[in-house]
Design a protein around this ligand. Structure first.
Ligand SMILES: [Zn+2]
Ligand SMILES: [Zn+2]
Length: 309
């Protein structure tokens, strides 16, 4: 899409080295996700036996963390970054997709369009970052759509679907229903039949859905449009890298996805190596659109009156 500056052999070697997949890192992330999932059950259990309501809140938030971690790994799988074995990558990514109720095939097609056609109407994610809510009323509307379950349910029912390959697969919807049922059964077996509804499905369609949309807004919103140097087409958006810290755990980018600008530049690099991409290695996007900041600074920027104009 953009003219590339010459890449030296040393830089190519560095990217190749960073793109090498490390099976133990994928396994470690899987273990972290599993442990956090168990912690959520423990917290929900404590909330019931004590009974102490804050434990329920902690269980809800822990599950939100788990779901973002699962989504980040689904994204890695969509880029074939989970395992060098194609079959293993597809099984693991398919499993993660089923936990989230997402079709791996559909997500992969849709997400590659996000990379390839960024900033144009051909990017299915454009509505998430083309405009930014404005004023109290605008933000309340944004929250009402994205954080209450309304946006998730309407998209689930197909009313807001922006892209579908229309092809059912082994993973979706069949295996997805099986996995959702398994989560429900685990809850029943540990004496919490309500777990699936209150601490898996509810966070999935409210806080998890809302935060992932808000993160896309933070990652890509840009009040200024720009011209595609090749076609002259008016494009939207920018690419933000966020410094690591506790905030990435609250905003669903815990394994390295906070370096989202770097990811757009070098999608072959797995999330655990994105922090090692030096700024001068950006190639695919105009330099002026690559910005590094912190989540807090970016949030205060996007929430400040008049920024969206
Ligand atoms: Zn993106
Ligand atoms: Zn990607």
């Amino acid at each position: 899409m953009f003219p590339k500056s010459p890449v030296t052999t040393v830089e190519k070697d560095q990217i190749r080295r960073l793109s090498r997949l490390l099976p133990h890192r994928t396994a470690l992330k899987f273990i972290e996700i599993t442990l956090a999932f168990c912690l959520a059950f423990l917290l929900a259990h404590l909330g019931t036996v004590q009974p102490f309501f804050p434990f329920y809140i902690l269980a809800f938030l822990t599950v939100t963390w788990v779901q973002h971690a699962v989504f980040e790994e689904l994204h890695e799988g969509a880029h074939y970054r989970l395992a060098s074995s194609r079959r293993l990558n597809e099984y693991l990514a398919g499993f993660y997709g089923s936990l989230m109720g997402i079709s791996l095939d559909n997500f992969r097609v849709r997400h590659h369009m996000h990379h390839r056609h960024f900033g144009t109407p051909r990017d299915p994610d454009l509505p998430q970052y083309q405009t930014c809510p404005s004023g109290v009323k605008g933000w309340l509307q944004y929250i009402a759509v994205n954080f209450t379950g309304y946006g998730a349910i309407t998209s689930l029912l197909g009313a807001q679907s922006t892209l579908t390959t229309g092809q059912p697969s082994w993973q979706h919807p069949g295996f997805t229903l099986v996995v959702q049922f398994v989560v429900f059964v685990i809850g029943v077996l540990v004496g919490q039949p309500f777990f699936y509804f209150a601490f898996w499905f509810a966070p999935l369609i409210t806080l998890t859905y809302g935060i992932s949309h808000f993160r896309t807004l933070l990652e890509h919103y840009n009040p200024q449009t720009w011209q595609d140097p090749a076609t002259g087409e008016t494009c939207y958006g920018a690419f933000y890298d966020f410094q690591a810290g506790i905030q990435r755990h609250l905003l669903g980018a815990q394994f390295g996805y906070n370096y989202h600008g770097s990811h757009h530049t070098e999608p072959s690099v797995p999330n655990y190596n994105l922090n090692q991409i030096a700024h001068e290695d950006y190639r695919e996007v105009p330099e002026t659109l690559i910005r590094t900041t912190t989540y807090f600074h970016r949030m205060s920027e996007i929430l400040s009156p008049g920024y969206e104009q």
